[in-house]
Design a protein around this ligand. Structure first.
Ligand SMILES: *Cc1c(COP(=O)(O)O)cnc(C)c1O
Ligand SMILES: [Zn+2]
Length: 441
């Protein structure tokens, strides 16, 4: 059977077991990555792999209907069945947004609905892998008992709290006080996590959690930990499978810490290495203009991402100025002939409202990605005939304050040209009929 291990992303020679509680390279302190045994995986042909994955999709009574674990040989082969902590994550819709696509001149515009998931964001995909690996490693005595912990802009903590609770493992989360939505705050509380609200932004919370990890007081569950990326990369695999094992032309992803961008690349790279696809899609990393260190590096042609102080953004989950996975994302950008685009607060809010008018219900981060897609199309970088996948990272229902604020024209400097408000009227059919008659007039 094939196996996977940790290796230094910067090329230090040693390899480490994924069952060790390390969050960075012991030699250089840099990022780790998970490396798979490609030679062993190549013993199956591309056709055999795609047939196997298609078969697993087909069985409604399977014990585990997870989109992540149905690609388990490519994700984390050593996890035993009974150790898997799953909520049947993944298998999200690749919704064809026909009306929106027509409006903006993209024939085949798809929304990968990662927000329709157990805790309402794509973070479930990485967390099922991390929690399963840790549960097995603790049960085997490879990792001594300690809480799983993360710093979070909201969705990571929701996912960690849910999977930790499902496994019966203690969870600690550090949140930036006042910077996440009510729904996101309630989630870890409801799942019984110990929640600390810090007077800091996300980058400040990240610094503290790293210190706690260095003291071995906690096991680090942030996406600095490459186990998360292994689960998240199944988004690339799933969308390709949903397109009949053809990659799209473009993937557009809202990015903050840049782990998910790295994961998308890892998924496509694996398919390319195994001959399942023959070309890479192009990548667009979409950032909020208020938190755009990757965009700045791209525009300046810099190979390194210089940290900035992120400004408050409606896209709170990507309000990150010091992205942990910047070097990973740089490789993704290069290998996928990628671009970085940004969206202002006004642009992201309007993109959400516009998309919602066509039947979607978008979170602000998805709004960032959509706004960037519209801009790239308007500039002719994306062509009308391109097949474009916008990754929707969270469910709009987690962001009611944002939605309501827009429609009540109550988002500060952001205007609400597409606001829609309830109309107060007497409980009287004549009065209502008169108003209905004026709709569209
Ligand atoms: C975490 C998150 C992102 C950003 O992912 P990164 O890996 O940090 O770039 C985008 N959108 C939502 C809703 C998220 O929760
Ligand atoms: Zn190293």
């Amino acid at each position: 059977m094939n196996s996977a291990h940790f290796r230094c992303f910067s090329g230090c020679p040693a390899a480490f077991s994924v069952d060790r509680a390390i969050s960075q390279c012991p030699t250089c302190g840099g990022l780790l990555e998970v490396v798979h045994d490609t030679a062993a995986l190549k013993k199956r042909s591309a056709d055999e792999w795609t047939r196997l994955f298609d078969e697993r999709l087909g069985s409604p009574t399977a014990d585990c209907r997870s989109g992540v674990w149905s690609a388990r040989e490519w994700v984390m082969p050593h996890v035993r069945d009974e150790m898997i902590v799953s909520t049947d994550e993944g298998r999200s819709s690749l919704y064809r947004a026909r009306r929106l696509g027509r409006e903006v001149g993209i024939d085949d515009l798809r929304i990968k609905q990662c927000g329709t998931s157990h805790t309402g964001s794509f973070k479930d995909l990485g967390m099922t892998v991390l929690v399963s690996v840790v549960r097995q490693a603790m049960s085997d005595g490879a990792i001594s008992p300690r809480p799983l912990a993360c710093a979070s802009t909201g969705d990571t903590s929701a996912a960690l709290a849910a999977y930790g609770a499902a496994a019966g493992l203690p969870v600690v989360v550090l949140l930036p006080r006042g910077l996440i939505s009510t729904a996101q705050l309630v989630q870890p509380l409801a799942n019984g996590a110990t929640v600390f609200a810090l007077d800091a932004d996300f980058d400040g919370c990240m610094k503290v959690i790293q210190e706690l990890a260095d003291r071995e007081a906690i096991y680090l569950a942030n996406s600095k930990n490459p186990l998360r990326i292994e689960g998240q990369k199944t988004v690339a695999i799933e969308m390709t499978q949903q397109l009949g094992w053809e990659p799209p032309d473009w993937v557009i992803i809202p990015s903050g810490n840049l782990g998910n961008a790295a994961a998308i690349y890892a998924g496509f790279k694996m398919m390319l290495d195994l001959g399942v696809i023959l070309k890479m899609p192009r990548l667009c990393i979409a950032q909020a203009a208020n938190a755009n260190p990757m965009y700045r590096a791209f525009v300046a042609g810099d190979a390194e991402v210089a940290p900035i102080a992120a400004i408050k953004s409606l896209a709170s989950a990507i309000q990150i100025g010091r992205p942990v996975s910047a070097t990973r994302a740089m490789v993704a950008l290069r290998e996928m002939n990628g671009v970085v685009e940004e969206a202002t607060e006004q642009e992201l809010a309007d993109a959400c409202a516009r998309a919602d008018r066509t039947g979607l219900y978008t979170c602000p981060h998805t709004g960032v990605a959509l706004a960037c897609a519209f801009k790239l199309r308007a500039r002719g970088v994306i062509h009308e005939s391109d097949r474009v996948v916008v990754v929707s990272t969270a469910h709009g229902l987690k962001f009611t304050e944002f939605k309501l604020g827009y429609h009540e024209s109550n988002l500060g400097k952001v205007e609400s040209p597409l606001a829609n408000r309830p109309i107060a009227v007497a409980a009287n059919a004549d009065a209502i009929a008169e108003k209905i008659a004026r709709i569209g007039a």
